[in-house]
Design a protein around this ligand. Sequence first.
Ligand SMILES: [Zn+2]
Length: 266
Amino acid sequence: MLSIAISVLAAGAVAAGALTGETAPPVVGSAVAPTLIARVEPSATPTPPRSAPTGSPEPAVMPTFDRSARSLDDPASLWVVVDKTRPLNPTDYAPTDLVDVPVAHVWSPQLRREASDATVALFSAFEAETGLKLQSHSAYRSFAAQVMVYDADVAANGQAFADTSTARPGNSEHQTGLAIDISALPRICSLDACFGDTPQGQWLAGNAWRFGFLLRYPADKVAITGYGYEPWHFRYIGTELATEMHATGTATLEEFFGLPAAPGYH
Ligand SMILES: [Zn+2]
């Protein structure tokens, strides 16, 4: 009985060693060992241990973010990347699920339904956390509306300047129904770089990702986005992507998805 018990224990020990990829230590000075090893070896040989086939470390527990989960080209995709080298296709695209956004505003805002809901949640959280107020300055703009905005900028400032501040029709994120320009209420530094220094701009820069928004045109990414610093312009990309970009410290969609920089039009 005793020898059988020892055999079972020893066999278990050798088997456990095999599972972790360790070599069973030689047992010196034991009368039991030679027979044990002889009996265990045949069954331990055929199947290599599953846990350590190549001696590589354990696989990471965190799942890998799937960067191909949504289209970057489909204008109706939450991840569509629109910049000076990536016009909307078709250029006169219009979303099919626009709704009125029930928030304070300068111009009556519309966004796609999911982006509208996220805007309401963001404004509500901002007010609760700071005691201050926000308002929408401008949200969805149709192709035709962008023609008017762009032409007015060209007429007032010339095309070279206009192309640094206003998207050409078909190249505007506002046409996706996923972008919103946000102002303080009452207005402080509205549509001005100094908005980034206001309590509103500071909070948005630090917290918009929680609601699925991206500060699309950071001050230090002009060479990539093709636009000057716009601390008021936020693009809805969904909480999954916004959280991943926040966690990885990636500022632009172009960098996150490995797309070419878009400093100017072709
Ligand atoms: Zn904007």
